[in-house]
Write a protein that binds this ligand. Structure first.
Ligand code: ATP
Length: 614
């Protein structure tokens, strides 16, 4: 009996120490405990694309002890508790309810991607502590169920396109909250928790007001009806008729208050301007010769560290610098355009940026400039030159762009045409054109409320970057029209050149399509259209589209093709197909021109056929 008891005890100990864990372990190996969590993750994997190979990496069970770990996933007790996919160029929109099955999720981050569409449904995720969706392209409103997340500690939604009102968050757990740089509106709810956060959590929203931002506008009192408010009116209880002099006094006070408020605001604004525009910065000009290595114009450094002026940045990954760093950088003139001069600036950190000093905008208010910069700076597309930062002062406006290393399309097509030049082949031309069409289609479609055209599409505003043998292009100087003081100034600058604009009509997307057609013809023929650039010595053609129409009339001839591509027989047919598109784009009647999305579709089709034929 004693022996038996000992044997049983030994067996129990042996079982609990070795056999049981082994069998649980093999159970985990053979079975997925929470398939609905995997299913939820599969939904994301299949609805977005990314530089991370999620299809290759997210295989097997996500929380398997022995399987290689899924990128961005952390598990605890066989449940997914953290999902972090940051800066991996996720594009597409998230399935609305996918998180609902990841019930133990505590940490969720999709920071620094290009996700569009609305925020996913977060309701019932009672364990959720951190939610980071900053620096994306999310639209829609902040879901009200967020205020019911009992353990929410951190919420970052800045730099998106969210609109609507902020729900009344009041979770005492909340220690980090940022909804800046969106399109939120209305009054910031006056809750104990939301009151804790400073202006930077809310600023740069189109129509948001209340503590800690500007107070919300109060409806002005009706001017001739005396207000019964306490300071001047007699006690309500007496119910006597007011003497006439009191009524007059009330009317005068009511009329004077708004004037005084405006005066105080004006004084504060003037003062802020003075602080922001140090005197030394206001001196100097940008008239030095092109290509000279020097400091930026107005380059007296502010020296005094107390007065260093911070610059706003759209991309957290760009090394941050301030105005002083920028003004101290060694600079070189890249070119002088109609809107101003562009410099390359080599910062002490080693980074190179392009800085455009903008002229003709002196009457522009700070608010107007900032609003437009915020709108443009958030537009992210591989075929747009990104705005990194900007600076406003009354005397000068700077726009800091990413530096694109290989010059402009104008330079590539028309400069150094002498012997020894490497010809720009058909494949390179097609790739450049396709990129321009992609950038333009994005500009026209990206923000539905944003009807502003590019309005300045020309070959010097198409910048080139080369990647080994292939050529790519990006658009710059886009959508400046709202910054120009008048129609006259845009006419003087020959912005948005299109027949209908010259006849006094409005600039629309169809004018951009016309300008795109002209660029297309420029790439096909290698000829410089009129007005493309300040006078240079190249062969110019009065009206490029008219000339091409004349040559191809009745006989689709290769005479129009640039001699550089005529030499090789590759791509002639495709070039003529592109010519057909170009002539439709440059139709005199705007309504007959195709949309940029349609143009892109047709160019992509030509590209596909071209690749199949190779
Ligand atoms: N982000 C940039 N990176 C590199 N080079 C640039 C950049 N922006 C402009 N450049 C160069 O500077 C030149 C002048 O540019 P700028 O925009 O000042 O004049 P523009 O192209 O004639 O346009 P606009 O007349 O509309 O002002 C361009 O042709 C290009 O070679």
């Amino acid at each position: 009996m004693i022996m038996n008891l000992a044997a049983v005890t030994t067996y129990v100990v042996f079982f609990s120490l070795y056999i049981a864990p082994m069998s649980i372990h093999s159970l985990y190996q053979s079975k997925e405990f929470f398939p609905e969590e995997k299913e939820a993750l599969m939904q994301i994997r299949d609805s977005v694309s990314s530089t991370l190979d999620l299809h290759g990496n997210w295989t097997g069970p996500p929380c398997h002890k022995n399987s290689s770990q899924w990128s961005g996933i952390t598990c605890s007790n066989w449940h997914v508790v953290s999902l972090v996919l940051e800066g991996v160029q996720l594009t597409g929109s998230l399935p609305p309810a996918f998180l609902q099955n990841i019930t133990f999720l505590a940490n969720l981050s999709f920071r620094n991607n290009s996700i569009n569409g609305p925020l996913p449904n977060l309701s019932n995720l009672v364990h959720l502590e951190s939610v980071f969706f900053s620096y994306n392209r999310l639209t829609g409103s902040i879901p009200s169920e967020c205020i019911e997340l009992p353990n929410l500690k951190q919420l970052e939604l800045q730099q998106n396109y969210l609109d609507g009102e902020i729900p009344p968050f009041n979770q005492p757990t909340l220690t980090l909250f940022n909804v800046s740089y969106n399109h939120l509106q209305g009054t910031i709810p006056d809750t104990d928790v939301l009151r804790r956060f400073s202006e930077s959590s809310y600023d740069h929203n189109s129509n948001l007001c209340g503590i800690p931002l500007e107070p919300c506008p109060v409806l002005p009192p009706a001017p001739l009806v005396p207000s019964p408010s306490p300071p001047v009116s007699p006690p309500q209880s007496k119910k006597r008729k007011l003497p006439i002099w009191i009524i007059v006094l009330i009317v005068v006070v009511v009329a004077l208050v708004p004037l005084m408020v405006m005066f105080v605001f004006f004084c504060c604004y003037k003062k802020a301007q003075e602080v922001e525009t140090p005197k030394e910065q206001q001196a100097g000009d940008d008239s030095s010769p092109e290509g000279t290595d020097k400091k930026m114009p107005h380059s007296q450094s502010t020296e005094d560290p107390e007065r260093r002026i911070e610059l706003p940045f759209f991309d957290k990954n760009i090394p941050v610098f301030d105005l002083d760093d920028l003004l101290r950088a060694s600079a070189e003139v890249l070119g002088k355009g109609k809107l101003g001069t562009t410099y390359s600036a080599n910062l002490e950190s080693g980074a190179v940026v392009a800085v455009k000093t903008v002229k003709y905008m002196n009457s522009l208010s700070k608010k107007e400039f900032i609003q437009q910069m915020l709108l443009l700076g958030r537009m992210r597309h591989e075929n747009l030159v990104h705005i990194i930062s900007f600076h406003y002062s009354k005397q000068e406006k700077l726009i800091v762009y990413e530096f694109v290393p290989d010059g402009s399309l104008f330079e590539l097509l028309h400069e150094n045409r002498e012997a020894g030049r490497v010809p720009l082949n058909w494949a390179a031309r097609l790739s450049i054109i396709k990129d321009i069409a992609k950038g333009m289609a994005f500009l026209h479609q990206s923000l539905p409320s944003h009807k502003v055209p590019h309005a300045n599409l020309k070959s010097s505003n198409v910048l080139i970057h080369r990647d080994r043998q292939s050529y790519h292009s990006k658009l710059t100087n886009y959508s400046f029209l709202p910054l120009l003081p008048s129609r006259k100034s845009s006419e003087r600058l020959a912005i948005g050149r299109s027949p209908e604009f010259c006849q006094g009509k409005k600039l629309t997307h169809k004018a951009d399509v016309y300008c795109f057609g002209i660029i297309l013809l420029e790439v096909i023929t290698g000829k410089v259209p009129e007005e493309t650039s300040p006078a240079r010595n190249e062969e110019k053609v009065d009206d490029l589209s008219e000339w091409v129409r004349m040559v191809v009339n009745n006989d689709w001839s290769t005479d129009i093709l640039d001699v550089e591509i005529l030499a090789s027989s590759a791509g002639h047919d495709e070039m003529l197909k592109l010519t057909e598109i170009a002539l439709q784009c440059t139709d005199m009647e705007p309504e007959k021109r195709p949309k940029m999305s349609e143009v892109l579709r047709r160019i992509e089709e030509i590209d596909r056929t071209n690749q199949e034929n190779e």
